[in-house]
Design a protein around this ligand. Structure first.
Ligand code: NAI
Length: 304
């Protein structure tokens, strides 16, 4: 299989590295910056005999080289600096997303597309509107990362290994994010039974603020290792047709009482992309929180 990653910056190159290391697919890195994707791709190929993967990583500035990709990941755009929210990136990144989606689709009309560029929900919606792609073949990466940050906070709080934890963070990929503690479990037991309310609120806060915490340390940009791994996880589920359920920024069409909106929800992934939006059995408070998160996404869309 072939995966194209648009944007050979921190997130795109890290995703390429992980996809190659797992031997999932040949990877084409494409960027407007001349030499950057070529140099990073060559560097990764120099790693091949050490890591013993057999797939190829190539770099280009020409969409012709991305032809007939199975999956296209879009990471092109500027990232946050300290004090910025994801929403502050809208103006610049909307222009980039518009130019990228058309060119990428022309080269790979049958691909599954994963948007990563922030503000995620708005950029994924923009790509949907611009491309006319069927909703199952266009999604965004946000929820896998947010859920992984929640899982980390739970591990830190309870001192448990990552394999024991299943975590769910959904809703807007931003401050309007929603965590589902009742469905977040350690060896099958909900964290609401393992921690008091204050501790649950604490791990939720660590999840919601996780991205900003990284930005505050780095100062020059935003996170990329965990985002790269989260992209690779989604790509793997699609390429292997795994039917795995994970939190994905997908088109919601009536599920949870939410109409026509891109936002993170549990989704089953397979070779055609989104197979279904999975509806968890939410209580009234959880449903209200998810709908409020949807409202925050709609408010962001008004700025498009
Ligand atoms: P970066 O600045 O390291 O890389 C961005 C790359 O995009 C640069 O190499 C730039 O040359 C390239 N680019 C700009 N315009 C382009 C175009 N028209 N065509 C092709 N390439 C183009 O930024 P980084 O850290 O890789 O972040 C990329 C984006 O991903 C940002 O918008 C960031 O906010 C977002 N992000 C989203 C996450 C999520 O969970 N959805 C997580 C982390 C970052």
């Amino acid at each position: 299989p072939k995966v194209t990653i648009v944007g050979a910056g921190n997130v795109g190159a890290t995703a390429a590295h992980i996809i190659a290391s797992k031997n999932l697919a040949d990877v084409v890195l494409i960027d407007v910056a001349e030499g950057l994707p070529q140099g990073k791709a060559l560097d990764m190929m120099h790693m091949r005999s050490v890591e013993q993967f057999t797939v190829k990583v190539t770099g280009t500035n020409d969409y012709a080289d991305t032809r007939d990709s199975d999956v296209v990941v879009i990471t092109a755009g500027i990232a946050r600096k300290p004090g910025m929210t994801r929403e502050d990136l809208l103006g610049v990144n909307a222009g980039i997303m518009k130019s990228v989606i058309g060119a990428a689709m022309e080269a790979s009309p049958n691909a599954v597309f994963i948007c990563v560029t922030n503000p995620l929900d708005v950029m994924t919606t923009l790509a949907f509107r611009e491309s006319g792609l069927p909703a199952n073949r266009l999604m965004g990466m946000g929820g896998v990362l947010d859920s992984s940050r929640l899982a980390f906070a739970v591990c830190e709080q309870l001192g448990c290994p990552p394999a024991a934890v299943t975590a769910w963070a959904v809703g807007a990929h931003g401050e309007g994010m929603v965590c589902w503690p009742r469905f977040t479990t350690v060896d099958g037991t909900p964290i609401t039974e393992l921690m008091d309310e204050a501790a649950v609120a604490g791990v939720v806060q660590r999840c919601v603020k996780g991205g900003a915490e990284v930005v505050a340390f780095l100062k020059t940009g935003s996170a990329y290792y965990a985002p790269g791994a989260s992209i690779a996880k989604m790509v793997e589920a699609i390429l292997t047709d795994s039917h795995e359920v994970m939190s994905v920024c997908a088109h919601i069409d009536g599920q949870y009482g939410i109409e026509d909106l891109y936002m993170n929800v549990p989704v089953r992934l397979g070779k055609n992309g989104v197979e279904e939006v999975v509806e968890f059995d939410l209580n009234d408070d959880e449903l209200a929180a998810l709908r409020a998160s949807a409202d925050s996404v709609r408010a962001g869309l008004a700025n498009l």
